[in-house]
Design a protein around this ligand. Structure first.
Ligand code: GDP
Length: 439
């Protein structure tokens, strides 16, 4: 899946990695390459337009992101835009009053029945009690196919071959499913080769009767833009809450995955990636975006940015230490940094004359956790003005943090000493180790 997009975008990323300056030519060229890639991948034309407009707007006047070079900055913005059109992750909605009803709708042959089985297995693996229901009164074979599938995954299946009214049938089986104490009921509704009024009316009536938490359109990814226009029609008539994209394993282009959210306005919730019942995944936009742009490349970028952010924080902290503005909140933040170790070195490295002493420090995790708990139990006012912490406040803080008054006193004393030392260092212009490490 997505082979074409991945190939094209990897080419764009490789080209950008060599770019040293963010100029107009780079931007124009990147936009042209992206446009070509999206058109080839059969992405909806309106989506391409909005993708390029948004990206262009961000790129104009964009400064190089801290930690990244010019080309990497463009790659990061492209990644953000891909994420933007894929939309946020959208978990399945649940009804407050069980059972949660999930309606699967779509045309015949898109993979609706297979998907009902896949979704039931997925929910079962999460510990839910799931039942499958076929509301197809016209094709008894459809119900049989569903129940055969249900057997293989060992979940109950409800059909009623006598009942020829889909709405009444749905009511009856929902009642049975309730009695069986199910948490989720998946309705495999009837499909048609083409959209027709009767089918739409039936779906609307079922919807009104059962008040489903989800109405998911099952779309065959290989049908490309046709699937999108059909989904739009279902959305207009029945109202969808999400899409399940099937047969992504056979779709090298991936245009539909990039178009659904923007065109229809509902999220993709799951993807089918093969004929087997376990070939089914929740749709994670970030993973898909990373797959399209090259997983390794994006992760490296995100890590570089994170390091830059940590360094900036460390730099600010060092400045505060040097100005002796150090509060209990700073101490807490510093302890948190120490627990991440990497950033601690960054903080200390920026304090002149300290580098060589870092090696000898021993870190006791429990001590840090206790100090953090004590600071957390203080009010913001107490953290900013520790001198107001009197006996009764100490008692409250000790109780709140599960420590003793002695522990609270120790933290306050250490903090006072640190602060005194910082003031001295500031006066003498010499920076020494700013605090005694707990032991
Ligand atoms: P329905 O008519 O919509 O209920 O469709 P079915 O569930 O009967 O599926 C139609 C065909 O699509 C079957 O041959 C399925 O095995 C196949 N199918 C369903 N989902 C997928 C998928 O994610 N990948 C592939 N390769 N085939 C799928």
């Amino acid at each position: 899946m997505f082979e074409l997009l991945t190939e094209r975008f990897s080419g764009i990323v490789e080209k950008l990695k060599r770019v040293k300056r963010l100029d107009e030519k780079t931007v124009e060229e990147a936009l042209k390459d992206i446009r070509r890639a999206l058109i080839e991948a059969d992405v909806n034309i309106e989506v391409i337009k909005s993708f390029l407009d948004d990206l262009k707007q961000k790129l104009v006047g964009q400064e190089v992101i801290k930690g990244l070079n010019a080309g990497e900055t463009v790659i990061k913005l492209i990644y953000d835009e891909v994420l933007n059109i894929l939309g946020e992750e959208a978990p399945l909605q649940r009804s407050e009053k069980p059972p949660t009803v999930i309606m699967l709708v779509g045309l015949q042959g898109t993979g609706k029945t297979t998907t009902a089985g896949k979704l039931a297995k997925w929910l079962k693996s999460k510990g839910y009690k799931v039942g499958l229901v076929s509301t197809d009164v016209r094709r008894p074979a459809a119900g049989k196919q569903l129940c055969t599938l249900a057997k293989t995954i060992d979940v109950p299946c409800f059909i009623d071959e006598e009942e020829k009214d889909a709405v009444r049938l749905t009511e009856k089986v929902i009642q049975k499913a309730k009695e069986a104490g199910l948490s989720h009921i998946i309705l495999d509704t009837a499909g048609r080769l083409h959209i027709d009024q009767e089918l739409m009316d039936e779906l609307v009536h079922i919807k009104e009767k059962v008040n489903p938490s989800e109405i998911l359109y099952v779309a065959d990814a290989m049908q490309g833009q046709d699937a999108i226009s059909t989904a739009e029609e279902f959305h207009n008539r029945v109202g969808l809450t999400g899409v399940i994209l099937t047969k992504l394993d056979g779709d090298a282009k991936g245009g539909i995955a990039l178009s659904v959210r923007k065109v229809i306005g509902v999220p993709i919730k799951f993807i089918g990636v093969g004929e087997k019942i376990e070939d089914f995944q929740q749709f994670h936009p970030d993973r898909i975006a990373q797959r399209i742009l090259g997983l390794g490349d994006i992760q490296t970028l995100l890590e570089k940015m994170q390091t830059a952010i940590d360094e900036k924080k460390a730099e600010e902290m060092a400045k505060r230490v040097m100005n002796a503005e150090f509060t209990l909140d700073d101490l807490k933040q510093q302890l948190q940094m120490i627990r991440n170790l990497g950033p601690l070195e960054n903080v200390l490295k920026m304090i002149p004359g300290l580098g060589s002493k870092i090696k000898d420090l021993k870190v006791d995790e429990k001590q840090f956790i206790r100090i953090e708990a004590i600071i957390n139990s203080m009010t913001p006012e107490e953290r900013a003005n520790p001198h107001i912490i009197n006996g009764s406040r100490k008692r409250r803080i000790a109780r709140g943090s599960g420590t003793t008054i002695m522990d609270v006193n120790r933290v306050l004393k250490q903090y006072k000493e640190m602060k005194k030392m910082m003031k001295k260092m500031k006066k003498s212009g010499k920076m020494k180790l700013p605090f005694n490490m707990p032991n």
